[in-house]
Ligand binder design. Structure first.
Ligand SMILES: C[S@@+](CC[C@H](N)C(=O)[O-])C[C@H]1O[C@@H](n2cnc3c(N)ncnc32)[C@H](O)[C@@H]1O
Length: 251
């Protein structure tokens, strides 16, 4: 069991899914700075039932209509290739899982993988997490998962990080009372940033981290990036917060 993986490994360059040093990604990294809410990176147009086109959700997300039931909704921000959604949706069929992923081809690929298993309690939308959260009504989500957010490790790129004051403000707004906010990163500096920023939010209380287990096969990991980092023996930093119950004045 590796609850709070803390292994020394020397200096390994953390990775973004969108690696700004890769010339192939030059367009994507430039584009991410200029995204309007709801815009995504990539232009592939394909459809299937688990894949939500951003323009179909209108001004406000209605999870009940999206899933066709009112099961509790868990949101994964930056769902990548969707291993978490796949495993969690299988484990908790009485919850709905929504992935928001800015790179359209990953969002599509993730939705396709999940669909192949016959899971119906998952939807994935390509889009920017912050723009998406603005469309979610208050108290609509039971858990927000943020796993291995792109670190944008150069200081000049920190503004691209998803974890900002505005982001956390929206997370606390959309979470139900006693909802959870779970964050995992392999980047010590990002972990510091998360913990520091969270101290500005009295609405959240730090909680013990859910236990992780020793994987028994290749898909038995929290996420794709977790598999890669654990296999490489990198440090992993985990933190969990509880959204406190609102007081009568709504705070
Ligand atoms: C390092 S990857 C981790 C993917 C997955 N969570 C995992 O652990 O395997 C970070 C993911 O976040 C996505 N991402 C980055 N910024 C985002 C944003 N503003 N909104 C939604 N997704 C974002 C990236 O495209 C990428 O798929």
């Amino acid at each position: 069991m590796r609850p709070f993986g803390f292994f020394s490994l020397g200096t390994v360059k953390p990775q973004n899914m969108i690696d700004s040093d890769d010339p192939e990604n030059a367009d994507a990294t430039e584009a991410i700075d200029n995204l309007e809410p709801g815009q995504t990176i990539g232009y592939q147009r394909k459809t299937h039932t688990l894949f939500i086109e951003p323009e179909t959700i209108g001004k406000t997300v209605d999870f009940k209509t999206t899933f066709g039931n009112d099961q509790p909704v868990e949101l994964e921000v930056g769902s990548g290739k969707a291993l978490f959604l796949r495993n969690a949706a299988k484990e908790r069929p009485n919850h709905n899982f929504y992935g928001i992923e800015i790179v359209r081809k990953y969002a599509f690929h993730g939705a396709d993988r999940v669909k192949n298993l016959g899971l119906t309690n998952v939807k994935i939308m390509p889009g920017d997490a912050l723009g998406f959260l603005k469309k979610v009504p208050d108290r609509n989500i039971v858990t927000v998962h943020l796993y291995y957010p792109d670190p944008w490790w150069k200081r000049k790129h920190h503004k691209r990080r998803v974890f900002t004051t505005e982001f956390v403000r929206d997370v606390q707004r959309v979470l139900v009372d006693l909802g959870q906010f779970l964050i995992v990163t392999d980047v010590a500096d990002y972990f510091e940033h998360v913990q520091l920023l969270m101290t500005e939010f009295p609405e959240f209380e730090r909680q013990p981290v859910p236990e992780s287990h020793e994987p028994v096969h290749d898909l038995d990991y929290l996420t794709n990036f977790e598999r890669k980092f654990r296999q490489e023996g990198r440090p992993i930093y985990r933190v969990a917060y509880l959204r406190k119950a609102r007081l009568e004045n709504g705070l």
